[in-house]
Design a protein around this ligand. Structure first.
Ligand SMILES: C[S@@+](CC[C@H](N)C(=O)[O-])C[C@H]1O[C@@H](n2cnc3c(N)ncnc32)[C@H](O)[C@@H]1O
Length: 293
């Protein structure tokens, strides 16, 4: 393995040689997309786009740039998600600020937004939505931006996550959102909504140690652990949903691979009708929706 880039030998490092060195290093550590990650780190540090990283491969790196790059490469070597390094992640066409206080928004979760939008398109302009387990606020904010006249309430049990979500809502101009600290529905006693969305933690506790180190060692445990069978929060969300939905209201819940059949049964037993399963871009059953009967 080549020596690490240092401030003392800046002339020997160019954008291209740094990208190659980091790519080889990441690949040796089993990181999934080594070249992409190396390019993203360089692009972020030098404040250029990825195309420039390729076009300007011969450009020498300055000492201060090398120091910043070394720091980010070190963090990625320790499997910190690239989204935390860059401090942002795109979701539903919007750039969300993210850090270790929140789960990194996943493309799979766009299926939750798509399903909730599609199945609530007939609702009035003033529809009221509750997004449980909001984390970075990605679902609530994406929905609020698509439905500017809706009122979107969002909650999370984590004070830290809510700080990130509120900041994202302000920066992204989602002024029709409001955020509450709450254990699921606790802060909404007696309140009813037209739509409830949720992407709760849904990984079985025993599976957590087997996850990729990026997720297991860096993303909040509170965002991952769904209890003994993974469905502890899903069960609570579905069971209490009818008490918080208007007649004809919609529930849309994201779940893990293999959890759809049990979740469909939960919705049907809870009095939901027209229960549907929605697949994500990888064709995995990812979201279950149902309407209050
Ligand atoms: C899987 S993350 C989803 C975050 C975000 N909605 C997304 O899709 O990226 C789950 C979130 O649920 C929150 N959470 C965990 N237990 C909770 C509870 N009992 N009540 C409310 N939120 C909870 C966590 O803090 C975390 O932010």
């Amino acid at each position: 393995m080549p020596a690490e880039p240092t401030q003392t030998a800046p002339k020997s490092w160019t954008i291209g040689s740094l990208v190659k060195w980091a790519t080889d290093d990441f690949r040796a550590r089993g990181i999934e997309s080594p070249r992409l990650d190396a390019e993203l780190i360089v692009a972020h540090t030098l404040k250029i786009d990825r195309m420039r990283v390729i076009l300007d491969a011969e450009r020498p790196l300055e000492g201060v740039e090398l120091a910043q790059l070394r720091d980010l490469v070190k963090r990625r070597r320790a499997y910190e998600p690239i989204a935390y390094l860059r401090g942002e992640r795109e979701f539903y066409g919007l750039k969300f600020r993210v850090d270790k206080r929140v789960l990194v928004p996943r493309p799979d979760t766009e299926t939750l937004v798509d399903a909730a939008l599609a199945r609530s398109s007939h609702l009035s302009m003033s529809m009221r939505q509750l997004d449980l387990c909001t984390g970075s606020g990605c679902v609530a904010i994406a929905m609020a931006r698509q439905r500017p006249t809706a009122q979107v309430f969002a909650s999370d049990i984590s004070t830290d996550a809510l700080a990130v979500a509120r900041d994202n809502a302000l920066r992204l101009g989602a002024y029709n959102t409001a955020f509450f600290e709450s254990d699921l529905y606790a802060a909404f006693a007696g309140k009813r909504f037209d739509v409830i969305t949720a992407n709760p933690p849904y990984i079985a506790s025993a599976e957590i140690p087997t996850l990729m180190p990026d997720v297991r060692d860096h993303e909040p445990k509170l965002a991952l652990d769904g209890g003994e069978d993974g469905l502890v929060l899903v069960r609570r969300i579905v069971t209490d949903a009818t008490a918080h939905l208007e007649p004809g209201g919609l529930l849309a819940v994201e779940i893990g691979a293999g959890e759809a059949p049990a979740t469909v049964l939960l919705l049907e037993a809870g009095g939901f009708v027209d229960v549907r399963v929605h697949r994500d871009i990888a064709r995995i059953e990812r979201v279950v929706t149902g309407v209050v009967g």
